[in-house]
Design a binder for this molecule. Structure first.
Ligand SMILES: NC(=O)c1ccc[n+]([C@@H]2O[C@H](COP(=O)([O-])OP(=O)(O)OC[C@H]3O[C@@H](n4cnc5c(N)ncnc54)[C@H](O)[C@@H]3O)[C@@H](O)[C@H]2O)c1
Length: 276
């Protein structure tokens, strides 16, 4: 499978490495405005591939090469913006401009596959990217709350938990106490405080989404998808296929409090989306 990665920072480079290790890509198109960074990652990945049993063709900074790609992951950004912020929305001013720079090139490349948008604020950026490319919104998804659900599983030490809504402060954790929910929501910030970025959790989450798309297992994942009625993206359980993107969105049964909180989360995403 040919996969493009736009933004070869912490997230993009860790994703490329993960895809090589897991044998999920036959070809990787690596794109970044920082040509030296792309070259460095190209060299590191080439060194990695010497240790692996599979060949992965690596292409650098070539939008035209995306024409026949099955997937593009959008993870451009500037993580240093978060150094003085307490909310992923602080990135919006910067990352919305990056979408505006990338979308016309992605569209002009002739790409017609699935887009997985990771850049924060994840749900708002997914909609911006879908609108500016004009791609079918079923084929543009956000990485959503798979990562938050994984964090919640670790904090709750249980598997039967789920996070829906915004990948952000208004997210809604199901089946846990408020204390555990708070711990889980703080995980990203705890990692960021020491590492000044997060990468393994999100890269492996995106790799898992790609594996589900590739193998067509029908597994439901909490990713961010477009709700026609609300006119915005937010995370709920979703069935995906490589051919059609979103084929089914499943909202779990919610009690009144959870339903109210989900509605507040949706309103938060919509409010932030009004910035452009
Ligand atoms: N959704 C999630 O769960 C999740 C998790 C972690 C990080 N993120 C987000 O992912 C984004 C990237 O994080 P990071 O740590 O890799 O950031 P980073 O600053 O390390 O890297 C971003 C890269 O994007 C590149 N870039 C900037 N503008 C570009 C453009 N127009 N075209 C192509 N490349 C461009 C930069 O040169 C840089 O190499 C951020 O928005 C971050 O908040 C999301």
């Amino acid at each position: 499978m040919k996969i493009g990665i736009i933004g070869m920072g912490h997230v993009g480079s860790t994703l490329a490495y993960t895809l090589c290790l897991q044998g999920l890509a036959a070809e990787l198109v690596l794109i970044d405005t920082n040509a030296a960074k792309v070259q460095a990652e190209y060299l590191e990945l080439s060194d990695t591939l010497q240790n692996l049993n599979q060949d992965v063709a690596l292409v650098k900074n070539d939008y035209a090469a995306l024409a026949d790609a099955a997937l593009v992951v959008f993870c451009a950004g500037d993580i240093t913006v978060l150094a003085t912020a307490t909310d992923r929305l602080a990135e919006l001013r910067v990352t919305s401009k990056m979408v505006e720079a990338v979308a016309p090139k992605l569209k002009a490349s002739g790409f017609s596959g699935i887009v997985i948008s990771v850049t924060n604020p994840c749900d708002v950026i997914a909609l911006h990217l879908a609108n500016l490319t004009g791609f079918d919104k079923r084929k543009v998804i956000g990485s959503g709350t798979l990562i938050d659900t994984n964090r919640l599983k670790n904090r709750a030490e249980r598997e039967d938990v789920l996070v829906i809504g915004e990948h952000g402060e208004s997210q809604v954790a199901l089946n846990v106490s408020p204390e555990i929910e708070k711990l889980a929501t703080g995980t990203g910030w705890e990692i960021y405080a020491a590492k000044h970025h997060t990468a393994f959790g999100i890269a492996s989450s995106v790799a898992r989404i790609i594996r589900v798309l590739k193998t067509d297992t029908g597994e439901l994942l909490p990713v961010s998808t477009y709700d026609e009625a609300e006119g915005c993206y937010y995370a709920t359980l979703t069935e995906l296929t490589l051919e059609n993107g979103v084929v089914r969105r499943v909202l779990p049964l919610l009690n009144k409090l959870e339903a109210d909180r989900l509605q507040q989360s949706i309103q938060t995403i919509k409010r932030n989306g009004q910035a452009f």
